[in-house]
Design a binder for this molecule. Structure first.
Ligand code: GDP
Length: 431
């Protein structure tokens, strides 16, 4: 059976922790979309890790980790990340890289950087890791698959075709130096040798694992709001962040996904640029304090170190985010972070042109939305590390009950700290 662990919001919901925890009893963990442009933070007996490309089952010898065909594979970063974790004493993980995955090329990173430069004040706030040009090339069919590395004449031909196009763009639109095709080819051949031990037929592997009754986790990157179709376009990423896309990017049959665990934080955070709509945002001193206290080391991007924007829990966005993921259950993380507050606002509606709604709108309308808050009492104590839901203060339980009633999806896991076992199980009050 397949369980998907995906984000309900803007990413950084704490999916890495939940995946790491569930991987303990799983056989396969699959990354099915995105690239090394976001990070999952995992804290375990080996230390604190920000994984960017490796799946979160990396720390378990019982897990086969898969980089699915839907991923933007930055081969160099993968090899570096593997080395960095083994250097920290972690045993080499079982890893299979799909032969159908496509390679994120150095020119994708350059194009991303040049384009952001060209856009100036109108830039998307990209992480400049080449993700948008990568997926554009994939759909324009000029991308290079991992399997192409093992057929040199084909590789050369595909590289030549791609470089021809890029050079026109680089010289005439961006006024930058042209690419050296021979150097790129040499680098690809060197990368091939480093990737060789990991490359395999992940499609056959996953189908066989399912036939054998194995448990497979799909690990999502970012969250619903960042999906190019159902998120806040164009302030989205360029690959689909929804569990449904796991069927494509992770090659699992749609009928095998039995459980969709939607992860959301007890407050909001978003790493996007300041031009993005973020209705429940808290700014000023209150925002700085929430940012400082958030996550395990403050709300700063795991990949970029950028300060994340923070806000109160947004029930409108989260209800929609869970709906489009098809959530069967919800994991609420970072409840412990809110223990310092006398009162906790929750965004329960959007006021748009004088009307209050709880329906999540499209981008032009969202840009006009103002938050409507309901304020709940805080619990004013430290609950970090609590492993028994019933032992939580009443106000904390009331807060969770309120969120569950607002979003309409069962909150079954409530996380009380960044470490693997700092989590409580909760019986839903929905029927
Ligand atoms: P992901 O990309 O969804 O895996 O999220 P990130 O790892 O980027 O961000 C989540 C942050 O919250 C990380 O710093 C985690 O260590 C931290 N975290 C996860 N769960 C909890 C929790 O329950 N409490 C606290 N305080 N931090 C948590």
């Amino acid at each position: 059976m397949v369980k998907a662990i995906v984000g309900a919001n803007w990413g950084d919901e704490g999916k890495g922790k939940i995946t790491d925890m569930l991987a303990e009893q799983s056989d396969v963990v699959i990354r099915f979309q995105g690239g090394a442009n976001a990070g999952h933070t995992i804290i375990n007996e080996y230390g604190r890790f920000a994984l960017h490309i490796l799946p979160s089952g990396t720390f378990y010898p019982n897990v086969t980790n898969i980089i699915g065909n839907g991923v933007a594979l930055d081969g160099k970063k993968l090899i570096q990340e593997l080395k960095s974790i083994t250097d920290q004493g972690v045993p080499a993980p079982h890893l299979i890289v799909s032969q159908r995955a496509q390679l994120l090329m150095p020119y994708h990173v350059l194009q991303d950087t040049y384009e952001e430069e060209r856009l100036g004040g109108k830039a998307f706030g990209s992480t400049k890791s080449g993700i948008a040009p990568f997926y554009s090339d994939k759909y324009a069919k000029t991308g290079i698959q991992v399997c192409d590395l093992f057929d040199e004449p084909r590789l050369r031909e595909r590289l030549h075709a791609a470089v021809t196009l890029k050079n026109v763009l680089f010289q005439h639109l961006y006024h930058k130096p042209s690419l050296n095709e021979d150097e790129l080819m040499e680098d690809l051949l060197a990368l091939r040798e480093e990737l060789r031990p990991y490359v395999g037929d992940t499609v056959a592997f996953v189908h066989q694992a399912l036939k054998e009754g194995k448990t497979v986790l799909l690990e999502g990157q970012l969250g619903s709001m960042k999906d190019p179709d159902l998120g806040i376009f164009p302030m989205t990423t360029s690959s689909h962040t929804l569990a449904g896309f796991g069927c494509v990017g992770g090659a699992v049959p749609p009928t095998s996904i039995e459980d969709v665990i939607c992860v959301t934080k007890a407050y909001s955070s978003s790493v996007g640029s300041h031009t993005e709509p973020f209705v429940s945002e808290v700014t000023g001193e209150a925002g700085d304090e929430l940012r400082r206290r958030g996550g395990d080391k403050g709300e700063f991007g795991a990949t970029t170190g950028r300060p994340r924007r923070v806000g109160w829990f947004d029930a409108v966005a989260t209800k929609y985010g869970c709906m489009v993921q098809g959530a069967t259950q919800v994991a609420l993380t970072c409840l412990d972070v809110l223990g310092y507050l006398d009162e906790i606002p929750v965004c329960t509606g959007y006021e748009i042109d004088g009307q209050v709604t709880d329906q999540f709108p499209t981008t032009p309308t969202l840009l006009r939305a103002k938050p409507v808050f309901t304020t709940l009492p805080g619990w004013k104590c430290d609950i970090r590390g609590c492993e028994d839901y019933n032992a939580l203060p009443q106000q904390a339980k009331d807060y969770v009950d309120f969120l569950e009633a607002q979003i309409g999806y069962p909150i079954t896991l409530v996380s009380t700290g960044p470490k693997r076992h700092e989590i409580t199980h909760r019986a839903t009050k929905l029927n």
